[in-house]
Design a protein around this ligand. Structure first.
Ligand SMILES: [Ca+2]
Length: 430
């Protein structure tokens, strides 16, 4: 038995899991995920959004030319434990060297409580022993439920610049920049500057992911402000930063500049910071080249993955008009203005909250190249898909293997990691 504790998403998820439906097999969960047709699922007639409704959006694909990929059914994966004993790990990352500068061999575990811990990169089968806290902001982080230190990103060109996303005592989301010189044991304890403060009307749905895109802009995920069913009406309001993914130029202004090609850069039809809107709680997102992959946590029935190209700015991802492809709070009779998910799966079988992951581009597992791996926080399953020609062409669910699957992460070589419960694992073949 696990000791009781406040854990990420726990409040929301426990209630959602308690209403779960009958167990769903892996196959049925994923065969019901491809979009674009009106379907009847679990006895409920649904309205769905047709795929490809935004003709200006680049068609995302995870496949590359070459030999036919290995069917996911033929790939055996497991998790190799690499480090444990963390209070509440929610993310793991490394930082690359830049411009020929010396790199940093450490990986960094982000704890929701407010600490970031560095540890030596594990060799296969070797437990890393040296670890040290590199930043502790727990005194100003409000931790509990879905609040806390939720995201960290290093600047891709200046890896001594570290950005954090956390919840402060009054519930607001704060993004700060810290100086963490490559080669230093730890980061400076006082932030260089505050990038953003976003008030949050409720404790849940804070988003939390921050990451730099290949365009060198900082992308920031913010949930709809919380409650349930979009209590505060933020999902379909492009003028609020809530329920959106923002795109900020942290190099071009103080505290940031608006990229001139942001869809609402002039502030007329929406907030200048907004890149994508109509999101519920985009807990984790990642880039695959210029494509943006988002795991948007659903309400009570459907979890979804969204994938958009670099010209998708201004796209409305549907919440709360749609939950996944299903009408939630209509009218839904004209879905043409919404970008549907590339995949959705229903609650049930222990599944109740998506943990978005990464398209695998590492060298260690050639069969996984181009595969998007993700998971479910509640079931602890690792899942995967291949996406080509506008549809999911292969999918797979592995056995439940971890409790509280909070996040995926990659190191600078593209190896894939998982944070769950108190540990960090590496995804390996076997
Ligand atoms: Ca959506």
């Amino acid at each position: 038995m696990k000791p009781a504790r406040l854990s990420l998403l726990a409040t929301l998820l426990l209630s959602a899991c308690s209403t779960g439906t009958a167990p769903t097999t892996a196959a049925s969960a994923n065969t019901s995920t491809t979009v674009a047709t009106a379907t009847t699922t679990a006895g409920t007639t649904t309205t769905t959004v047709a795929a490809g409704t935004l003709p200006t959006t680049t068609v995302v694909s995870t496949t590359t030319t070459g030999p036919a990929p290995t069917p996911l059914a033929d790939i055996a994966l497991s998790l190799e434990w690499v480090a444990g004993g963390f209070p509440a790990p929610v993310f793991v990352l490394s930082r690359a060297s830049a411009n020929g500068a010396a790199g940093d061999d450490r990986m960094f575990v982000v704890d929701q409580t407010g600490t970031i811990t560095g540890f030596a990169p594990p060799e296969p089968g070797v437990v890393p022993r040296d670890r040290a806290v590199v930043l502790d902001i727990s005194s100003k982080v409000a931790y509990g439920g879905e609040r806390g230190l939720l995201g960290v990103a290093f600047h891709p060109d200046s890896p001594d610049r570290m950005f954090v996303d956390y919840t402060r005592d009054d519930g607001a989301t704060v993004i700060e920049e810290y100086s963490f010189p490559v080669g230093a044991d730890a980061a400076e304890s006082t932030p260089v500057r505050t990038i953003l403060v976003q008030p949050q009307p409720a404790a849940n749905h804070n988003g939390g992911m921050i990451a730099f895109g290949p365009d060198r802009y900082l992308y920031v995920a913010l949930g709809d402000g919380g409650g349930g069913g979009d209590t505060y009406g933020n999902g379909q309001d492009p003028h609020t930063l809530l329920g959106a993914i923002l795109r900020l130029d942290v190099d071009g202004g103080t505290p940031y500049a608006i990229p001139p090609d942001n869809p609402f850069a002039d502030g007329v039809a929406g907030a200048p910071e907004v890149w994508l809107w109509g999101l519920r709680n985009p807990w984790r997102f990642s880039f695959d080249g210029a494509d943006l992959w988002i795991g948007d946590v659903g309400q009570n029935a459907w979890e979804e993955i969204d994938a958009v190209g670099p010209d998708a700015g201004g796209s409305n991802l549907g919440w709360p008009i749609f939950e996944g492809t299903h009408c939630y709070d209509g009218p839904c009779d004209d879905p043409s203005g919404f970008t549907p998910p590339v995949l959705e799966y229903p609650h049930g079988g222990g599944r109740c909250s998506i943990t978005g992951g990464y398209v695998y581009r590492g060298a260690a597992i050639p069969d996984l190249k181009g595969v998007y791996l993700y998971g479910d926080y509640c079931s602890g399953e690792i899942m995967a898909l291949r996406y080509s020609g506008g549809s999911v062409v292969d999918s797979r669910v592995w056995d439940p293997i971890v409790a509280e699957l909070t996040s995926f992460g990659v190191d600078r070589d593209g190896n894939l990691y998982v944070t769950a419960w108190d540990s960090v694992y590496r995804v390996v073949v076997g």
